[in-house]
Design a protein around this ligand. Structure first.
Ligand code: COI
Length: 355
């Protein structure tokens, strides 16, 4: 296509861009932003259709001060990862689910959204143009952040007239600074993450700012992250700041049901399917916080964090510890998921898209 030709003209224009790999310390990747070469942008017009998108140099963007995103929070994020397989293939995991979640979120937030095909095209182009930033096998992944936001100006409270879909990426490995060690979670009792009828079930940017205070408090006390309770009763667990949560007891795996307040995670959905295939009983239901005491294993799932073992949960000053060395169910589920994502386990479910 014209766009691809344009990119191949541009790639190699800067120092190092014709090298197979970017100059990155691949053994020490965490989850901080590493600038890559290109980003992808497309805009909608007032009829709601997105134009043909294009790549440009990664950099700052210009916004009207009255833009919907700045004034009224019309913004959605997505999170995905591109992996490099042993054979140098680059793989995306279930990208159509991210695309559909963005469409669903856009409806909730009165925004235009790209079609599933336009979404995947933007992600693919971003990955291909930044291929040298996709870590070598086993060293991490290229985390992709598709954004959708209201760019059109409006002074009064109203939906923006036009929207921008933008994709950028950054090479990453471990989300938490603790690396792969088990998470110590703190159950937050004052600040809820979501409420019935709100936007907890979609990836609205406005889901994250309001919980930073709870995260700051927990982190200052040495916890890895916060586990939120439902706003209605304060008795049931919901999710962690950037991940879903699962409890294992015997052959049963339980996770809070998605009822509009819990993010319908793609890793969550995939882990449920893998667990069912393996013969586990999976329960999606209300999970009372008290039940954490009886769990044999607890783990969190998310695109950014993967499948992370939980080592302890502190609720009302009582700390429940889990023996993560024996977390065999968590380890089994994680290794199958990662195997499929990285191409080392055959993808019998058509989950992986090679680009
Ligand atoms: C994810 O991509 O897993 C997320 O939940 C996004 C988060 C880092 C805000």
């Amino acid at each position: 296509s014209v766009v691809e030709e344009h990119v191949s003209d541009m790639v190699g224009g800067e120092r190092g861009e014709d090298e197979e790999y970017a100059d990155v310390d691949w053994d020490n990747l965490g989850f901080s932003l590493v600038r890559t070469d290109y980003m992808y942008t497309t805009r909608s017009c007032s009829e709601g259709n997105f134009e043909h998108g294009c790549l440009s140099r990664y950099g700052n963007i210009e916004l009207n001060p009255a833009a919907g995103i700045l004034n009224y929070g019309q913004g959605l994020i997505e999170g995905m990862k591109a992996y490099r397989g042993e054979d140098d293939r680059v793989l995306l995991f279930r990208p159509e689910l991210n695309a559909m979640r963005m469409k669903y979120g856009a409806e909730r937030m009165c925004m235009h959204s790209p079609s599933v095909q336009q979404f995947i095209e933007g992600v693919k182009q971003t990955v291909l143009a930044n291929k040298r930033w996709v870590p070598p096998p086993g060293k991490g992944s290229l985390y992709l952040r598709p954004l959708l936001f209201g760019g059109g100006a409006s002074l009064g409270v109203a939906a923006a007239s036009e929207y921008t879909f933008l994709v950028f990426g950054s090479p990453v490995k471990n989300y938490f600074k603790e690396g792969t060690s088990a998470l110590n979670l703190y159950v937050e009792e004052v600040i809820p993450r979501a409420y019935i009828g709100g936007t907890g079930g979609v990836k609205a940017i406005s889901n994250y700012g309001p919980v930073l205070e709870a995260m700051r408090r927990a982190k200052s006390r040495g916890f890895s992250d916060v586990l939120y309770l439902d706003a209605e009763t304060g008795k049931n667990i919901e999710e962690v700041s950037a991940s879903n949560i699962f409890l294992v007891k015997g052959n049963t795996i339980a996770t809070p049901a998605t009822n509009g307040t819990i993010l319908d995670g793609i890793t969550r959905k995939s882990i449920i399917e893998i667990a069912l295939d393996l013969g586990y009983k999976v329960e999606e239901r209300r999970v009372p916080v008290e039940e954490l005491k009886e769990a044999e294993e607890v783990f969190c799932t998310g695109t950014a964090i993967g499948v992370a073992s939980v080592g302890s949960i502190t609720f009302q000053n009582t700390r429940t510890e889990y023996n993560v060395g024996d977390a065999l169910v968590t380890q089994q589920l994680r290794s199958i998921l990662v195997g499929i994502q990285t191409g080392s386990i055959q993808d019998t479910k058509d989950w992986v898209l090679q680009i």
